[in-house]
Write a protein that binds this ligand. Structure first.
Ligand code: KIV
Length: 278
C-alpha cells in the first residue's frame, strides 16, 4: 500500500465502483466526494473514507490561481490525476474533461483515453449541455464511466457572463430536469448538479435511477462534493454560500476532512443556509 495512506486504516476493503455508488443511492446512503489535485490531499481523502475523489478543472483556480477554468489542459488533468492516483486506493477516481477537450466525439474519446490510460482515472466528468449527450453516449458505449455535470457549468463562463444559480425560472427548471433525463438515457453513471435550487435538485434526484451528487444543490440529493481547498479554508476570494470551512472547527486536516465526510453521511451538510431555496 502507498506510504501516504498507511497511517490510518481505511474502513473500506474494496475499491469504490460505479456499482457501489448505485447501491449507495438505492440504500439511501449519502455519497461523500471531494476534489484533490495531489497525492497528499488524495491520502487525506482516503483516510477519511471518501467515496469519490475528483481531479476537477477547478485546479485552474486553486492550483494555477486563474479566475476561470478555461486555461486548464488535458495535460494538466493527466498530470494531477496521476499524482492523485498515487495517494489513493479505494475511492473512485474521477477526472474532468477540460474546456474544449470534448468538442467532438473523437476529441472526447482521445481525451478520455488519456485521463484513464495515462492518469489512472476510473471515470470522466463532462460539463454537458444538451448537445453533448451524443458524446456521453459514445463514451458510455465504449465502457467509459461518465459523470455529467449540469446546472452551473464554469467552463461556459465567457458565454454566460458569470457564476449564477441555474434552473430558477419554471422554463429553466424544466430544461434542466430534461437534460438530466437525457444524460441518464445517454448512459451517464452519475449526475452532478452545481448551483441548482434545492427543490429542483430534489426532484431530479428522486426521479433519476443513477446517483445525483450536488454542489450548491441542497441536502436532498444522493451525495455532496466540494473543492478540497474550500473544506479547509484555503481558497482565496469571496466564498459561495454552499462552502463550509471544516477546519475552522477542527484541529487538524484529518479531523476536518473526516468531519466533512460525517456531515455528508448524516446529511448535516449542507444546511438550509448553505443551499438555494429558489
Ligand atoms: O472542477 C471541479 O472541481 C468541479 C467541482 C466544483 C464539482 O467540477
Amino acid at each position: 500500500m502507498n506510504k501516504l495512506v498507511e497511517t490510518r486504516p481505511t474502513q473500506r476493503t474494496q475499491p469504490v465502483s460505479v456499482a457501489t455508488l448505485g447501491q449507495m443511492k438505492r440504500d439511501n446512503q449519502p455519497i461523500a466526494c471531494l476534489t484533490a489535485y495531489d497525492a497528499s490531499f488524495a491520502a487525506l481523502a482516503e483516510r477519511a473514507n471518501m467515496d469519490l475523489v475528483l481531479v476537477g478543472d477547478s485546479l485552474g483556480n486553486v492550483i494555477h490561481g486563474q479566475a476561470t477554468t478555461t486555461s486548464v489542459s488535458v495535460d494538466d488533468i493527466v498530470y494531477h490525476t496521476r499524482c492523485v492516483a498515487a495517494g489513493l486506493s479505494t475511492p473512485l477516481l474521477a477526472a474532468d474533461l477540460p474546456f474544449l477537450s470534448f468538442a467532438t466525439t473523437a476529441d472526447a474519446v482521445a481525451s478520455s483515453r488519456r485521463l484513464i490510460g495515462e492518469g489512472g482515472a476510473s471515470m470522466v466528468k463532462v460539463e454537458g449541455g444538451a448537445a453533448d449527450t451524443s458524446i456521453v453516449e459514445t463514451l458510455a458505449q465504449n465502457g467509459v464511466p461518465v459523470c455529467a455535470h449540469l446546472g452551473l457549468r464554469p467552463q461556459q463562463v465567457h458565454k454566460t457572463g458569470g457564476f449564477k444559480i441555474q434552473g430558477r425560472s419554471k422554463d429553466a427548471a424544466k430544461k434542466l430536469a430534461a437534460e438530466a433525463r437525457q444524460f441518464e438515457a445517454a448512459g451517464a453513471d452519475l449526475l452532478l448538479l452545481e448551483c441548482v435550487p434545492s427543490p429542483l435538485a430534489r426532484r431530479i434526484a428522486a426521479t433519476a435511477k443513477v446517483p445525483v451528487i450536488g454542489i450548491g444543490a441542497g441536502p436532498d440529493v444522493d451525495g455532496q462534493i466540494l473543492v478540497s481547498h474550500d473544506v479547509i479554508g484555503l481558497s482565496a476570494g469571496k466564498k459561495p454560500k454552499f462552502v463550509r470551512n471544516f477546519l475552522a472547527s477542527h484541529d487538524s486536516l484529518d479531523e476536518a476532512v473526516e468531519a466533512y465526510v460525517e456531515a455528508v453521511r448524516h446529511r448535516y451538510f449542507p444546511s438550509a443556509d448553505e443551499s438555494f431555496d429558489s
